[in-house]
Ligand binder design. Structure first.
Ligand SMILES: Nc1ncnc2c1ncn2[C@@H]1O[C@H](COP(=O)(O)OP(=O)(O)O)[C@@H](O)[C@H]1O
Ligand SMILES: [Mg+2]
Length: 355
């Protein structure tokens, strides 16, 4: 219960009493994607709002301790005004100032018109690009030793391939048709999974540079004020650090495709030695707007490589991200059709960029 956890925090930090009076609940607790709990509270006397986040006891993975450390890193990049103040924290709980509503729920509730959304996201992504261009670091063979988040492309590839070989969709294990060409939405035949991964082993080379960033800029972790276009804040800083710019940019666009689209219908069957996939994915207009903003960002960051090359690199990452997301369909309890659509879209994107 939040009361119990909050009073533990107060006991450990008696100085908090001077800053915060008695807190009362303003909304039902919500569960974050990581399993953390968040409640919104208000101070009876000052009327200020707070968010209290805690991880269930026994499940402490120290993510909150990591987060508060990484907050400093992000404050150095974006400034304090883009991060809610943390009033007190332990390894499994933290009290912060309330920082607005998350972008995903505002979009879902239709509270941001599309043109305003485009301006807002362009501004936020534009700030990311400014910071990246100013501070990027060359990626060298020693980079991973110091910046493990920049990830070794070949190891990432191996992990995704291994996971896919263990996935079954509509009763058909992917491993059973690993070598079969895929036919998607009655279009031209796409390469088999075996061919895709073979091409990726050659084509997925390390990035030229790493960028310092938030690392998990999903629609749940971007908070904005629905009434004002300017302010935005980042929360959930666990993954902040140095990253492969291509992975982050692809995530910034494609996260919306794997999280806020409707899969009307999806089938997969084996016909004459081919795996035939048919899917229909309905994306709300906001998803397209945000994908375009991510592309604009890639255009700025990848300028030095020329348009064809940055587009190819981005497509490769986007496709791989969707295939990688197949691993989370079960834990997120998404319908199998969703997984089939991710596979279809992922292979289509990869097929065209690996030719
Ligand atoms: N400081 C805050 N101000 C306003 N809302 C917050 C704040 N912290 C968290 N939230 C809300 O709670 C949700 C879950 O919090 P988050 O830190 O992202 O948890 P998780 O690690 O589980 O993703 C966020 O998407 C956001 O809507
Ligand atoms: Mg989050």
């Amino acid at each position: 219960m939040w009361q119990e956890r909050l009073s533990q925090l107060f006991k450990r930090r008696p100085d908090l009493r001077e800053r915060v009076g008695s807190l009362i609940l303003v909304d039902t607790p919500r569960l974050g994607v990581s399993g953390a709990n968040v409640v919104f509270l208000t101070d009876r006397e000052t009327k200020r709002f707070y968010a209290f986040k805690w991880v269930p006891s026994g499940q402490s993975n120290h993510s909150i301790a990591v987060q508060t450390r990484q907050r400093k890193f992000l404050a150095g990049l974006y400034g304090e005004h883009h991060l809610p103040e943390v009033l007190a924290s332990t390894s499994d709980a933290m009290l912060m100032e309330y920082a607005g509503e998350n972008l995903r729920s505002l979009i879902a509730a239709g509270r941001i018109p599309l043109d305003a959304l485009e301006r807002r996201v362009d501004r936020i992504y534009g700030k990311f690009a400014d910071v990246w261009l100013e501070r990027r670091l060359p990626y060298t063979s020693g980079s991973l030793k110091h910046h493990r988040l920049a990830r070794d492309p070949q190891r990432r590839l191996k992990r995704i391939e291994q996971a896919l070989r263990g996935i079954t969709l509509h009763g058909l294990p992917l491993s059973a048709y690993w070598q079969s060409p895929l036919c998607i939405n009655d279009g031209a035949t796409c390469p088999s999974l075996a061919q895709v991964f073979k091409a990726l082993r050659k084509g997925y080379v390390p990035p030229h540079f790493m960028v310092p960033c938030h690392g998990d800029p999903t629609g749940d972790n971007l908070l904005v004020d629905p009434a004002k276009e300017g302010p935005w804040q980042l929360i959930d800083w666990e993954w902040a650090g140095w990253h492969d710019w291509r992975v982050v940019v692809s995530f910034m666009g494609e996260w919306w495709w794997s999280n806020s689209t409707t899969v009307a219908q999806a089938t997969i069957e084996i016909k004459k030695g081919q795996a035939v996939i048919n899917y229909h994915l309905e994306a709300p207009p906001a998803t397209r707007v945000i994908t375009e903003c991510a592309e604009a960002l890639a255009g700025r960051i990848g300028k030095q490589f020329g348009e064809a090359e940055w587009r190819r690199q981005l497509a490769l990452q986007r496709g791989l991200l969707l295939l990688g997301d197949l691993r989370f369909v079960e834990p997120r309890r998404l319908p199998v059709d969703h997984a089939v659509a991710l596979l279809g879209r992922g292979i289509e994107i990869l097929g065209s960029s690996l030719q």
